[in-house]
Design a protein around this ligand. Sequence first.
Ligand SMILES: NC(=O)C1=CN([C@@H]2O[C@H](COP(=O)(O)OP(=O)(O)OC[C@H]3O[C@@H](n4cnc5c(N)ncnc54)[C@H](OP(=O)(O)O)[C@@H]3O)[C@@H](O)[C@H]2O)[C@@H](O)CC1
Ligand SMILES: [K+]
Length: 505
Amino acid sequence: MKLLTAAQTREADAYTINEEGISSIDLMERAAKAFTCWFENKFQPSEQVHVFCGPGNNGGDGLAAARLLHERKYSVHVYLVGDTSNPSEDFKTNLERLPQGLEPTRVEQENSLPALNGKACVVDALFGTGLNRPVTGLYAALIRLLNESGATVSSIDMPSGLYPDSQTPEEGAIIKANYTISFELPKLAFLLPQHEEYVGEWHVVPIGLSQQFVADAKTNLYVTTQSDIQHLLKPRKKFSHKGLYGHALLLCGGYGKIGAAVLSARACLRGGIGLLTVQVPQAGYTILQTAVPEAMTLTDKNRKHLSELPKEIDKYDVIGIGPGLGTERVTKTAIGQLLATASHPMVIDADAINIIASSDKLKMQLPRNKVIFTPHPKEFERLVGKVKNDYDRLQHLREFCLEYQCYVTLKGSHTAIGTPEGKVYFNTTGNSGMATGGTGDVLTGVITALAGQQYSLEEACLLGVYLHGLAADLALHAVGEVAMTASDVIDFLPKALLHLSQPRP
Ligand SMILES: NC(=O)C1=CN([C@@H]2O[C@H](COP(=O)(O)OP(=O)(O)OC[C@H]3O[C@@H](n4cnc5c(N)ncnc54)[C@H](OP(=O)(O)O)[C@@H]3O)[C@@H](O)[C@H]2O)[C@@H](O)CC1
Ligand SMILES: [K+]
């Protein structure tokens, strides 16, 4: 799914009105109905609902939603906040449409802010995508009051005060919403970790914006949904044999971290690889052979660390390297040899990233269009330098992928996948149960498996990241977030694959 900017959303709005024969006020009614429908599923009519409206169309949505909730027997209070003497046309119409018994309260000064307690149910319709400067003054005072009240806040389209697709200046007040109900498409701001406390749980509701406009809109930002991912999955042929599904080499594990190699290897097998060879230091031989009997095991001449490449390296279809390696000098030398000689697709994680990040020479040796890096944010900063905020991190992601013509899956709540063409895809599966040691090793195994099965590197990243998160989402029902381990994620990979291969409803 494409991610459009606020400016593009406004254009989509205008295009829909001009080309699809719907008036602006009717489009607003659709938006208000979509919001109300979500609201009714969430809150009982016994709730006292306080709707705070700003002067633009976001406020207009709030007025229409207030009317619809009133009709559905909610006890509604409407507040017109700030200077609403010059409102948008659709705001005006919806103000006129308020029925008797729903007279709005004007809030024009800080000393007329209403008192709210923690039980209040608030609808935030102050500002949406038309916000054009930081929120200060009366609006900021109201936002602070709402944030401190403990009330449950549902924001229409955007948490008021948050910039939809650029860094919000520090001086601007921002609503801390429990829920954000956005129209048609999510906003970039929702996908960035720094906004978690403002956006809360977000949902997108359709309002019938022109699909033609969305299809033609230019963007390099995407959100991966199940339907985007599902069609990537390749069915197996009936007359199959293991040689058709790739031979992967994993270079993982060091003394005290052989478990990382076990996790990557098990995940690689669950990801469908035909044949798997794992090279571990001598200390890992018995462990690997016992824990992962399906994998062939090679031992390094070094007892504790990777120090050499296997012979006949050309016979492998893909190489996964990094989990548990350590950053010994001998390992650095081996990675140098790998980058200088191998032309395989490579999945590079953990200490292999740290080693490459510490050497400009190694970075220069990276083969173009062959490498997938799978860093967490700290490893990413080692690669690109310190970042200022999440927007800056995205910018660095794009620039790094373009410069080195590589793929990067930057791990996080919405893992961001950068491509050599400068595209960024945000993943939508996964949960905080994955914040535990070893889940990264699992991802390396899964992506390595997919890259070995002749998925393109872009497909391997998109599908691998999605599956990894989906497995954790399925594991959530069985073990919960707190108890989840990396092994649970591996155990649910088969269910995730089955889930994706079911026909779409
Ligand atoms: N596109 C769609 O798909 C659909 C969109 N819809 C809805 O429309 C919303 C966008 O509406 P919008 O464009 O009227 O902008 P909105 O967010 O109400 O704010 C503009 C007003 O705020 C003011 N203002 C701005 N910043 C300010 C500040 N810091 N402090 C104080 N004032 C400030 C600004 O005034 P001015 O700059 O002139 O002073 C202007 O009056 C969108 O989020 C969605 O909810 C749906 O109804 C239908 C489908
Ligand atoms: K809002």
